[in-house]
Write a protein that binds this ligand. Structure first.
Ligand code: ZN
Length: 167
């Protein structure tokens, strides 16, 4: 019985350096989100495509202003738009917040909570548009509070990053 021969340490192939190459598909999706006019586009993890986000309304069909999204989310079965970090079985909510500085200063934006995928959209601009698809979200059961979103602050503006990647 011969001992199993140990594999030769054959010529080691050079590992390709892990460079950050912008994924063309991702860039295309981000541009689509930024340029959509009819409504807020967000990611649908199951299809891998973009879907139109249903803007929240009150019972009378009046759109909720983004400054009230957090309170609305507490009380209704409503989630913020989904970013590109989502997978088929994981919905990943963006953060909706008022930008304190930068390009969209003072405006409410939806932004990837971990600044990972580059999702960043000024949602406030859709508030006044009549044609934006909207829906009333039913009330949440009091016992089922939504998960907290941890927003990681990032010095790099994702919008700038996208611009760099698009070139
Ligand atoms: Zn993301």
């Amino acid at each position: 019985m011969s001992a199993p021969s140990s594999p030769h340490s054959a010529c080691s192939t050079l590992d390709a350096p892990e460079s950050v190459v912008p994924d063309r598909k991702v860039v295309k999706i981000l541009v689509k989100i930024l340029t959509a006019r009819h409504g807020v586009l967000h990611y649908h993890g199951q299809t891998g495509e973009l879907a139109t986000y249903q803007w929240p309304t009150d019972r009378h069909g009046q759109k909720i202003h983004p400054s009230q999204f957090a309170a609305y989310r507490e009380a209704h079965a409503f989630l913020y738009p989904c970013c590109l970090c989502a997978t088929a079985d994981r919905y990943v909510e963006t953060s909706v917040l008022q930008r304190a500085e930068g390009i969209n200063q003072g405006q409410y934006v939806a932004e990837c909570a971990t600044s990972t995928c580059g999702y960043l959209l000024t949602v406030e601009k859709f508030f006044g548009r009549a044609s934006v698809p909207a829906a009333y979200y039913r009330k949440r059961k009091v016992t089922r509070r939504p998960a907290r979103i941890r927003h990681m602050l990032n010095q790099d503006d994702p919008l700038l990053r996208v611009k760099v990647e698009v070139k």
